[in-house]
Design a protein around this ligand. Structure first.
Ligand code: HAM
Length: 411
């Protein structure tokens, strides 16, 4: 076979000129999460398939249709992680994190994989950033994690973001409601999409998420979970709403909000962004009080969220510009190369972004290169030890002592 290769469908390269914005998101997240006591965790890119079947749920779209599953050479079934919460709970149990002071507060970032139909904002390999607070059922934790994501969007300047919240109640309390919902769906099953009809018995809540016209009409008259919460779940939700109000986080209550993973209990939330088109959810999450127990650990309540990095970038719609350099060192004579290298190294140690000519260019060529790399200043080293500094914005040039250049250009 000959010919060129392309990145697989639904995947993309992040080119150097596109990386600065991603870096900015990571830095902002580290700062905001770190100040609230969240610590970075990394789990493998693949896990045992059964972890997601049991954690995310066999009736979900993710497990039914979207997993990249393969057999390794030892015949074990492995899956590229479609999401990060089940792996983190696996790590919590595996490493006995319940012995640590609770809640254990973690954040993560990295690639996730879902075999979805690619479109703007929906990829087969995408990146998420997320946070989890494990080991408390206090509504304060729900509000703390919601505040983290909302602070992140605010710090990044993501426009047009709106928070929707709902509550799914606990698994046990939900059972009665689900029966009522199933009878509503069964009574009008002829109007439903095939997909929703097939899942009436195993995942009736997904009907709220359908964009099929007939199904939507049926769902406008469906009973909602919010009207059926038991006393404790309703009180928990009231506290979450009260605390969000106290923290001045704006939200709307969405009684039809559901999420595509089975582990959620009580609070669920979704941040939508009006700049995103069809894939409008920029981040979301909720409480998952039963998941750790379901994965073989002790009963441990927890809450968290994840946001899509590519969706944040789409919403920001920023110009892709290079980060720029503080200084370009140009040399008027090849004999000055060693001096330029030493000076560049010294200035870099002082935290300045410095480039030198690596291609033996003429003086004119070096100035052009300084422009291309976005240097704010160019230092010209001349034979005989003199030097001058050119401000690339104004074109002003002055004689300087290279020893003092750091102070002259520090941004
Ligand atoms: P999720 O809603 O499936 O939740 O994904 C979270 C975010 O990842 C979405 O809001 C979206 O921004 C982004 N995302 C999802 N799929 C894609 C895709 N195919 N292409 C691009 N971006 C995508 C979870 O994954 C849960 N683990 C969140 C969570 C954490 N819940 C509790 N803790």
């Amino acid at each position: 076979m000959t010919g060129k290769f392309k990145a697989p469908r639904g995947t993309f390269d992040v080119l150097p000129e596109q990386s600065a914005q991603r870096e900015r998101i990571h830095l902002a997240a580290r700062e905001i999460f770190g100040l609230a006591g969240y610590r970075f965790i990394m789990t493998p890119a693949f896990e045992e398939t059964a972890l997601f079947e049991r954690g995310v749920g066999k009736s979900t779209d993710i497990v039914r249709k979207e997993m990249f599953t393969f057999e390794d050479k030892g015949g074990r079934s492995l899956t590229l992680r479609p999401e990060g919460t089940a792996p983190i709970c696996r790590a919590y149990v595996e490493h006995g994190m319940r012995r640590l002071p609770q809640p254990v507060k973690l954040f993560y970032a990295g690639p996730f994989f879902r075999h979805e139909r690619p479109q703007a904002g929906r990829y087969r390999q995408f990146n998420q950033i997320g946070a989890e607070a494990i080991g408390t059922d206090s509504p304060l934790a729900d509000v703390e994690v919601i505040t983290l994501i909302s602070d992140l969007f605010e710090e990044l300047g993501v426009p047009g973001v709106e928070l929707r919240i709902g509550s799914l109640g606990s698994h046990e309390a939900r059972a009665g409601y689900l029966e009522e919902l199933k009878s509503h769906l069964r009574a009008r099953s002829g109007e439903l999409s095939d997909d929703v009809r097939e899942r009436i018995e195993i995942n009736p809540l997904r009907a709220f998420d359908s964009d099929h016209e007939g199904t939507r009409a049926v769902m406008t008259e469906a009973p909602t979970l919010l009207e059926h919460l038991d006393e404790e779940d309703a009180a928990h939700f009231e506290q979450v709403k009260g605390l969000l109000g106290a923290a001045s986080v704006e939200y709307t209550i969405d009684p039809t909000l559901v999420r595509g993973l089975d582990y959620y209990t009580r609070t669920i939330f979704s941040f939508v962004c009006d700049r995103l088109g069809a894939q409008s959810e920029i981040g979301g999450g909720g409480r998952y009080d039963g998941l750790i127990e379901q994965l073989g650990g002790p009963a441990t309540p927890a809450v968290g969220w994840a946001a899509g990095i590519e969706r944040i970038l789409l919403a920001l719609d920023e110009d892709v510009t290079s980060a720029g350099m503080d200084l370009f060192i140009a040399i008027a004579d090849p004999g000055l190369t060693t001096k330029a290298v030493a000076l560049a190294s010294e200035l870099r140690h002082q935290g300045l972004a410095v480039e030198i000519d690596l291609a033996g260019r003429s003086m004119k060529g070096q100035f052009r290169q300084a422009d291309r790399v976005g240097a704010a200043h160019t230092l010209i080293l001349e034979a005989g030890g003199s030097a001058s500094l050119k401000n690339m914005d104004t074109g002003d040039q002055e004689s300087v002592d290279p020893k003092h250049v750091a102070n002259l250009i520090r941004p």
